[in-house]
Design a protein around this ligand. Sequence first.
Ligand code: FAD
Length: 494
Amino acid sequence: MTNLNKYLTSAVAGGLMGAAVALLLAPRSGKESRTQLREKGLAFMARSAAQKVKVSNWGNYPKIEAKIHYFDDVEQLRHLLNQLPTVIARGNGGCYGDSALAPQIISTLHYNKFLSFDDEQGIIRCQAGVLLSELLEIIVPRGWFLPVTPGTKLITVGGAIASDVHGKSQHKAGNFSDHLLEMELMLADGQVVKCSAKSDETLFWTTCGGMGLTGVILNATMKLIPIETAYFCQDTIKAKNLDHLMDLFEESEPWPYSVAWIDCLTKGNSMGRGVLMRGDHAKFKDLETERQRQNPLVPPTELRLLVPFNFPEFALNSLTVKAFNFLYYHKQIQDVVKSVVDYNSFFYPLDIIYKWNRIYGQRGFTQYQFILPKEKSRAGMKVILQKIVERGMGSFLAVLKLYGDQHGTLPFAMKGYSLALDFPIRDELFDFLDELDKIVLSYGGRLYLTKDARMSKEMFRQTYPDANKFITNMKKINQNNKFRSLQSDRIGLT
Ligand SMILES: Cc1cc2nc3c(=O)[nH]c(=O)nc-3n(C[C@H](O)[C@H](O)[C@H](O)COP(=O)(O)OP(=O)(O)OC[C@H]3O[C@@H](n4cnc5c(N)ncnc54)[C@H](O)[C@@H]3O)c2cc1C
């Protein structure tokens, strides 16, 4: 029996996740999924305006009963802010934890118009409820791209600003807000104000990455980058362990985009083995096929698959995660593969599987994303990986990335490495994550707020050095604590 077969057989015995995915994934057309996504969101909002509904974000943890309100224009929003004692804004619920959860939620999904597009200069202005996927549909065929995009395009512009999201380009291009020319937001008293990095800098940088605690972002003006094609030249490089992977990252620093998947269940000399992906925008001359050359700015239609229901808890265990990691690492035989791929495959491989969060079952999951300073990353990551291996708490989505600094008063990024790990919610998980917190703290690191569902107030205060400055600035803006979420209460921001 080959190694591969051995792994598959044992994984079947443990409730084979890979096969289950293959059986349960139903093909869908890209168009249907996109439209359906927004329609479903809106139908949900309409239903929930009248009554309390169960709501959660991407991790499906925590789930709460809340009332969701939506608005089409600023008057309706002003009316809502006037009526409701406390609220939090919500975009597409793409944060993993509880930062967009509160008993009263204001959804921006109806507030989604494009306002202007200067396609000579690459400057676009739109309302906060526009999804990045909708932005890309407009800008890519006209030769423009977002300078910063996270690993999903199914989030809103407002959510991207409030979490100040980043992507594979963080070490070169910074965060989403670094490319924001201006925005307007509605404050607690219903006033609409404009701000930018040049005018009302404090309001701007308290709002960018401020997790919705300054007001409801209404619209944004963004600077785009020019592209010749909708494609990327990508190198996929296998690394035999963590040190090798980090060497590859450092050698790839001049590349505009880089990220790595790591196998977090291997031990010994192979601990932290992984696959680094680095890339750059393809020029017309780089395109490889007739199809690409005929329509250089139009990517192929996306294949869409659906996970139709929540998987049972037993489907995800250390055996299935091991099997997945083994297959993923060995699917590429050569050490280096060069290819030209469209932007959806390059940035958003997970978006192909609609509702992939259901594989974690009814109880949901949490993403533990931490960052460590560069000089301590090698040692600290090894300690954390060792803990994960010992406890068999592997995650098949383990994403490593080299970062640069970030603006703002609550920046997650620093010069260093971040690792993002997905863990299904289990009784023993929270004690384990508390143990990881201690290690992260001791190495001078911190956790990413937009993924967090459980960090303590103490951990937050000790790891975000400008927390007090943020609170002082935010409290002057957020009158009567109008804007608050489950997260902001938990970590002591409100
Ligand atoms: C598959 C997947 C991959 C991801 N990859 C990355 C990644 O690579 N990098 C990264 O940085 N993030 C990543 N994320 C996280 C995601 O980009 C952020 O959580 C983002 O903020 C979600 O946007 P949203 O529109 O869904 O906002 P929500 O999740 O609804 O809200 C997030 C926060 O923004 C606030 N907010 C939303 N809209 C407004 C508004 N109009 N005004 C004021 N506040 C508002 C909310 O109050 C909340 O605090 C990923 C998420 C998923 C599901």
